[in-house]
Write a protein that binds this ligand. Sequence first.
Ligand SMILES: [Zn+2]
Ligand SMILES: [Zn+2]
Length: 377
Amino acid sequence: MPNLNSLQSFRQTLHRHPDLSGHEEATAARIREKLAEYQPDQIVDNIGGAGLLAVYDSQKPGPTTLIRCELDALPIHERSAQPYCSAHHGRAHACGHDGHMTIVMAVAQTLSRSRPASGRVILLFQPAEEDGQGARRVFADPAFTPFRPDYAFALHNVPGLPLGEVFTRPGPFNCASRGLIIHLEGKTSHAAHPEEGVSPTGALARLMEQLPQLPGHFNEATWVTLVHAKLGEKAFGTAPGDAVLMATLRTETNDAMTLLADQACAMATAEAKAAGLSVRFEWEDDFLASVNTVQGYQHIVTACEEARVPCHTMDEGFRWSEDFGVFTLNGEGAMFGLGAGIEHPQLHNPDYDFPDELIPVGQSVFLNAIRRLNGMG
Ligand SMILES: [Zn+2]
Ligand SMILES: [Zn+2]
């Protein structure tokens, strides 16, 4: 059993001082200080930004097993009466990454006493998950190359599911998603002479209607969700000369995303051409699908059995996105959802707070996976 009081108060300290994606230095410093108590064989700083690794190395042959958690919080103003509520206006740990970090710290606590018997265990505190940049940056960082894992695991707490129960599946676990910004450019004119301009109005209206209707691919569901639109300026004297349309594209697989993205751009290009407009695309918030390997999934199922944690195999993956997919694209591994309670406030809501009851549950599932792969002294 972990020393829960010390871990709970650590979680509350992290919660009180949230950092936004790409600016997690203060959180990373807190992690580093706490990790030193648990004597990893090596700590590597500044991985893919403010990320850090704690390495428990048996110095014997065997697999490298990575457990990932996230450092970042969200630009949300927290609504909470807790004494540990965010001390920073407009920033909150509303996705529970404070709890995920604490779970991984609890794993470190056990590993400090029962070290891996073979191979290595890498605890990764990853930066910038919320903007989809962090996992990629970690993987691209040359300092990470010697630590590339054979197996990678991560969890995310999930409000709306029963507290402390695990939900996972082989195959797509989280959707791929990409933010598409379409810029349409024509020519303004006096509102009295709209025929002298080139207005994007018709093209914008048709795209707003047709983009969400783009069909799925490979028998899988896809979603195009319009999130923002802007036409011209707020000026009664001017016929508009430009428009912006933003949409989130979501698919179960990366291949379907490639097709959906091509189709969305082709549709916008055709509409622009027909209306005599120029068109330009920008992409943001780019998440790969997170796909569990069969072997990774099986390790989670068995780890849950050994930890006596109820484990459900889901029929479908979650629609939300996660950048963990980078790790399972490059090796074995799986992600699992950990129920945060049926009535628990949803992720990214101002009243969300991580349930501390999940700390020993997550810790135990991860430790059982490690015990199977690396053995523990
Ligand atoms: Zn989130
Ligand atoms: Zn999250």
